[in-house]
Design a protein around this ligand. Structure first.
Ligand SMILES: *Cc1c(COP(=O)(O)O)cnc(C)c1O
Length: 415
């Protein structure tokens, strides 16, 4: 799209014109106006870590606090108890490609990951191996290591190309009848590589293993088709591309036919049949209700409901299309402006293989993050050398991408 540079300043100016033309043609452009923006000059490229606050969420939270909590007091539980299932159904339908009754919201991603991984291991007694990859998100690795230690199991670590991530062939090479569980992230948190969940599911199932996918970096930006890929179990968080706020509850998906074959290791009262009978002994509530544990976090749940509504209004296909355009523009600018300054791309070049962010590698990436913040550009650093630009499609303009890359250029060019 950009012509080869003649003069650097000219090339940058042309790229800015191009960014503005892309913004003018952006069908999702008006969604930016539905978010609270305190400082219009701040370039926020971290919406994949903490999504911005939607105005509808601010208003809904205000109403929940003032009218429901302050006004209805404990009587509000009559309708609050429906939230984990109701919001789970909306998320299943509009974001995850799952069926009604397959998704519930509770706790953090970490806790849900533990709960579903432990349930999967219980369902494959006698098998002693868990498959995951070294570049997987830390909490997933740590939880699996803890489960392996407690149960005397082994982890089969995949060590794939750090940018491309594990392929179906990498997984197939380690599968045998001793593997109980295969667990990977859909979109890698550092490189943004997309994992081929459908192909891996097929191979894992052929070997008799269960699968557990972490969708934290895909939910709300990359369409997920849990039914289509024959997923068994999945988890993910809601404060990234779903914009539900810090610490909002995470989701857990258990495929219909597995819901009563598997059993939660956390037998809490909110997962018990006939909760308020307060009876002796624990029996699971039917369906996803049996996968809850304790009192649901109401503020977070209503924020997820609003976040999912926004994603549904924009449409995941349009969101993904804009996401690809944003990350492709960032890659193009990287090649024209940053490659000559010692940067290299830490994300897949093929947009079909790339999620919603772009990693730019540089030896000074850690310091760069602070320098950028001082220049009004918020990005993230990931060990060892990646500057991560999160380009949340509902809140990021093409001009933001241009400003972010130009700020990196200016800092690196100044030495
Ligand atoms: C952000 C993220 C999490 C977060 O887990 P929490 O328990 O919510 O802190 C987990 N997994 C992945 C892949 C993530 O990107």
């Amino acid at each position: 799209m950009l012509r080869p540079m003649t003069h650097p300043a000219r090339a940058a100016a042309e790229a800015l014109d191009h960014a503005r033309a892309l913004d003018a043609a952006d069908s999702l452009r008006s969604f930016r106006d539905r978010f609270v923006v305190h400082d219009p000059n701040l370039v926020y490229l971290d919406g994949n870590s903490l999504g911005r606050l939607p105005m509808a969420t601010r208003d809904r939270l205000r109403s929940v606090v003032e009218n429901e909590w302050a006004g209805e007091l404990s009587g509000a539980w009559d309708h609050w108890v429906e939230l984990p299932g109701r919001v789970g159904d909306a998320l299943a339908r509009d974001v995850l490609g799952a069926a009604e009754g397959e998704v519930a919201l509770a706790d953090s991603t970490t806790v849900n990951f533990y709960r579903l991984a432990a349930a999967a291991l219980d369902a494959r007694p006698g098998r002693r191996v868990i498959v995951t990859d070294r570049a997987n998100f830390p909490t997933d690795r740590y939880v699996l290591e803890g489960l392996a230690r407690a149960r005397g199991l082994a982890i089969q670590w995949l060590d794939p190309d750090p940018i491309a991530g594990p392929s179906a062939e990498d997984v197939a090479a380690v599968l045998d009848d001793d593997v109980a569980l295969v667990s990977l992230s859909h979109v890698n948190y550092r490189s943004a590589a997309i994992t081929d969940l459908a192909a891996i599911s097929e191979r894992a199932h052929a070997a008799g293993a269960l699968t557990l996918w972490d969708l934290s970096h895909s939910a709300g930006v990359v369409a997920v088709d849990l039914a289509g890929i024959g997923a068994d179990l999945a988890v993910g968080c809601t404060y990234k591309y779903l914009n539900a706020g810090p610490g909002s509850p995470a989701f857990q998906y258990v495929r219909h036919d597995l819901q009563d074959q598997l059993r939660t290791p956390i037998q809490g009262w909110f997962g018990r049949r006939d909760l308020f009978s307060m009876g002796q002994g624990w029996e699971p509530e039917a369906g996803m209700g049996g996968w809850l544990a304790g009192t649901p976090a109401i503020h977070g749940l209503v924020a997820i409901e609003e976040g999912v509504r926004l994603v549904a209004a924009a449409g995941l296909d349009q969101i993904r299309a804009k996401s690809i355009a944003l990350t492709s523009f960032a890659v193009e600018l990287h090649d024209h402006r940053l490659a000559e300054l010692g940067c290299s791309l830490g994300s897949p070049r093929d947009p079909e293989q790339r999620g919603g962010h772009v990693s730019i590698r540089h030896a000074r990436a850690r310091a760069l993050r602070g320098d950028l913040a001082a220049a009004g550009v918020i990005a993230d650093f990931r060990e060892p050398d990646s500057l991560r630009l999160g380009l949340s499609p509902l809140t990021t303009a093409f001009e933001d991408v241009w400003r972010g890359i130009e700020a990196i250029h200016a800092i690196l060019a100044a030495g």
